[in-house]
Design a protein around this ligand. Sequence first.
Ligand SMILES: Cc1cc2nc3c(=O)[nH]c(=O)nc-3n(C[C@H](O)[C@H](O)[C@H](O)COP(=O)(O)OP(=O)(O)OC[C@H]3O[C@@H](n4cnc5c(N)ncnc54)[C@H](O)[C@@H]3O)c2cc1C
Length: 393
Amino acid sequence: MENARSSPSTAGADIAAIRQSVAALCARFPGEYWRKLDRERAYPTEFVRALTEAGFLGCLIPEAYGGSGLGLSAAAAILEEVHKSGCNGAACHAQMYIMGTLLRHGSPAQKAQYLPGIASGELRLQAFGVTEPSAGTDTTSIRTTAKRQGDRYLVNGQKVWTSRAEHSDLMVLLARTAPRERAKKRSDGLSLFILDMREAKGRGLTIRPIRTMMNHSTTEVFFDNVAIPAENLVGEEGEGFRYILSGMNAERILIGAECVGDAKWFIAKAVEYARSRIVFDRPIGQNQGVQFPIAKAYAQMRAAELMVRQAALLFDSGAECGAEANMAKMLAAEASWAAAEACLQTHGGFGFAEEYDVERKFRETRLYQVAPISTNLILSHLAEHVLGLPRSY
Ligand SMILES: Cc1cc2nc3c(=O)[nH]c(=O)nc-3n(C[C@H](O)[C@H](O)[C@H](O)COP(=O)(O)OP(=O)(O)OC[C@H]3O[C@@H](n4cnc5c(N)ncnc54)[C@H](O)[C@@H]3O)c2cc1C
């Protein structure tokens, strides 16, 4: 992409320096590293350790708690760079943002207890237990219950797609504390807890890995009378749904940034191959049929990048950014998929060979049109909340 214009800077020299040091770190984890893990469906322990030790995963935690107190624009630059380098942040990106719920809604005692350990990486908070098999996207119909019994809650039920649960000490868990039928609003009666999985494992908590088409360390989690101390309730009982919504904008923006990084990786890889592969005595990239899908993906990526940056700037300024965060995630996931498709097609048969890394990244980037929220649900959010169309569900 030598002739492509450089991306607009959002926060000046600091972010440029962060990008450089992330890229240098990622260079230590080349394609062979990720290929081996992918084959074995293994967790990238060394990569996560390197990001942790460099302080990148604690970047959103205020300095008072041992983090670097940076904004979401910086966090987005870190994750974009990880993906642009061919690495994958899915193994640990949640360590950056799940704590946001605790930071915004936790008590001073909870923050003092957990945030310094999360900032140093000594405590891993990267499991977010929301989705359930029978509820799907309709979070307000989850069935996992937490019943108060003296100074603790007893949790019963099941979560699905709880990523990184096997590689996390803590989980932020959403459970029903009052029956849906008794609630005034569908979203009332849900509460948020910090679950210490180290204590709960073997005491009613069972984690089972789910093998997926890409290496993602995701699981299903079963709760059988799992006890959580009452002091681990985050904020007010019954307000949990509202609390998770505030964290979702950060998650969507950061995943949008990862998709922009993926798109950049695919585009660079496609351009390099299109220039060097000679068929019919000329580089395949001389054919417009090969050029145009790559050029189109580039334009889509640039547009998505602007939306991700706009959303991150709004988030950092404390402004409302729900629509932008959703659009950023949707546009970036579509751009990364367009770039993946162009890259694979440009590589012809070699796109399917493991050693080129294209097929692996192709599988990895597809997820983001479904998780953490699917495209249809983003479109219905925009239709209803931005355009004022009638609610469809
Ligand atoms: C690899 C992976 C990791 C994940 N990690 C986590 C995690 O760590 N924590 C967690 O809580 N969850 C996690 N999830 C869950 C993820 O957020 C959900 O899969 C996603 O939100 C979609 O929900 P669903 O799978 O239940 O689909 P469903 O809700 O069953 O929807 C299925 C399809 O129907 C469409 N649909 C549903 N309702 C409507 C409607 N009203 N209008 C139009 N279309 C509709 C959806 O868009 C979707 O395409 C993960 C999922 C995956 C696959």
